[in-house]
Design a protein around this ligand. Sequence first.
Ligand SMILES: Cc1cc2nc3c(=O)[nH]c(=O)nc-3n(C[C@H](O)[C@H](O)[C@H](O)COP(=O)(O)OP(=O)(O)OC[C@H]3O[C@@H](n4cnc5c(N)ncnc54)[C@H](O)[C@@H]3O)c2cc1C
Length: 316
Amino acid sequence: MRILVVGAGVVGLTTAVCLAEAGYDVHVLARDLPLETTSSVAAALWYPYLADPPDRVLSWSKRSLQVFSCIARESPQAGVSLVEGTELLSQPHGDPFWACAVPSFKRLDKPPPPYVDGWSCEAPVIEMPVYLIWLRGRLEAAGGTITRMVLRAMPADAQLVVNCAGLGARHLASDPSVVPVRGQVLRVAQIGVDRWSLDAEGPTYVIPRARDIVLGGTSAEGMWATRPEPGIAADIMKRAIALVPELAGARVLGHRVGLRPVRPSVRLESERLSQGAVVVHCYGHGGAGVTLSWGCAEEVLSMVESSGPAFRHIGP
Ligand SMILES: Cc1cc2nc3c(=O)[nH]c(=O)nc-3n(C[C@H](O)[C@H](O)[C@H](O)COP(=O)(O)OP(=O)(O)OC[C@H]3O[C@@H](n4cnc5c(N)ncnc54)[C@H](O)[C@@H]3O)c2cc1C
């Protein structure tokens, strides 16, 4: 069966890989190619953030954690590493809802002042520009293609369309409940930082990669501006240095902004269009598209496998 996937961010590419490796004839259509997407801006730490509902987010995240752990072990060229790190809190807090998904999760006995609580664990860090190109190669090896195309509506000439348009679903799926939550980051040269650090207030994060370190961030709902703002970058740098003092003086390599596709809940469900084709919607992953990617992609595959005959008997 021929399947069109709309979107070449982490959600579209991961879904396309799952479908193509299961034997479907998969073609990705996207306005922005992988390195131009919001996904390429992500820091990207495995961490469920700004995505709902908690029960489904937990199971998608848990599955993705397993897959990323395998990729880190088996495919060193994919840009995925398992990295130890710490989240620090200014107020006492119970365990986060995702703690049960992470075998290495442990609470800190003595958080460093001024923090009063915190936890540490090993979690995947995904170097997105490397990883997206690796995913693209995996898709093409399974026979899939990617074509640049701006769509004004869902393609009507396919039996099955998977909608992974992220924020673009506002228009493509007429869904105003998907809103941008602007995030700004900067990259500095690697200076020997080998642990991730997070302070939920801000949010402030320091994510080490092979050759650089991503410093963040911001979370501004309803903001569409994609140009990095120098004042915000200076504030991020100040907060990051407060969290990881060794960063003082690190050379800045660049600045980026991405618009997280936030929705009251991730939309993963099928819909039959009036023309007969079926669309499986998979968008609205908020601040956790990387974290949820494998769990969601496998759920799309199982929906297609279980409803495949029904999808095949309709459409042109
Ligand atoms: C600063 C920042 C830090 C982040 N850090 C993390 C992190 O640490 N961990 C984590 O899990 N997540 C993180 N995220 C969130 C993550 O980046 C998003 O959840 C994720 O990128 C969403 O992926 P997506 O594939 O749904 O959307 P996108 O990457 O936005 O891709 C959407 C695709 O749909 C295409 N499209 C849209 N409309 C159309 C149209 N009309 N026609 C054709 N194509 C169309 C686009 O061109 C694009 O190819 C971060 C985000 C930001 C901004």
